[in-house]
Design a binder for this molecule. Sequence first.
Ligand SMILES: [Zn+2]
Length: 369
Amino acid sequence: MKDIEFPIFKTKINSSKKFDLTDFSQRQEYFELKAGKEIKKLREYLKENTFIVYLLGKKNSGKGTYAKMFKEVVDKDRIEHFSIGDMIRELDKVLKDKSKKKELISFLEKNYRGFLPLEEIIKSLEKRSTKTLLPSELILALVKKEIAERGKKAFFIDGFPREMDQISYSLFFRDLIGYREDPDVFVLIDVPEAVIDERIKYRVICPLCQTSRSLKLLPTEEVKYDKKEKKFYLICDNSDCPARQGFAGQNLGGQGERMVQKEGDELGIEPIRKRLETDEKLIKQAFSLYGIPKVLLRNSVPTDKAKDFVDDYEITPEYSYQKDKKSEEIKKNEKPWQILDDNGAPCYSLMPPPVVVSLIKQITKVLGL
Ligand SMILES: [Zn+2]
């Protein structure tokens, strides 16, 4: 990020062992090797205690991925991750369901205190005008409801605070929900905008099962070439995909579906530039807070420092393709994905697991374990 330098976290160890971090069981083994001691301490801690993490990172920076992986690795039952964005989208469904709507309104009548009348907020929500900003007081009441329903567990709250005024709410949030003794932590995530931009530009989805991959960063096994468009494309490899099961009329042979780019994705971060600016301000504001512990995570490592800080297999690879003129066979090339960070320095982008190792170790330290 411009103006603030997040420290580089060393995950390199003295071991010749290599892991395929996209493979579930190899990933478990990797975490055991690199953070086994800390994971054990955290599991022990979570038996009796909780914590609240506010995840702050730019839109589309993948912060949910880190939280979900932390939960998967440390303790699936004692940790909850939830996203304010999902919660707001879910509101739409709730309001269409009569009994759920009644329940929501009765909760809000008891718990919402704000400057806009509740009826007015509900009306504007029902008009699908969620684009209009929801009052922070309402978000706060909804987060409380969400936490009450999930019970006393450790929480990763993704997307709160979302606006500048919500920073101060978050400072008292722990007291509001009655976790007075249990700590809360800000986790700030620095992901270069070039990373976010390329992730959006190269992502493709399966029109049948919505599986999301990336031609450049996360291809499927099967790559094909479109002669007319002179473009390579991916074939969906989700085994639950309707195309694989022969439900889709034209695909009865069980062949995979061609993955496509969503309209607008070719623009990368352009349409969300305003949001990214707000997010950056939020991160900087949180960074300058006193009295609340902060964990700093970074997704990138400068190319000239990579050798000392990370193992090769922790760097995200990028893929390119070549078609053999004679055999028509498609060859996949792999090399470390290099981008420029927000200050213009060449960097590698890390796979999620090393970032999560850094998260696990820093949380353990913050909790004093
Ligand atoms: Zn599919």
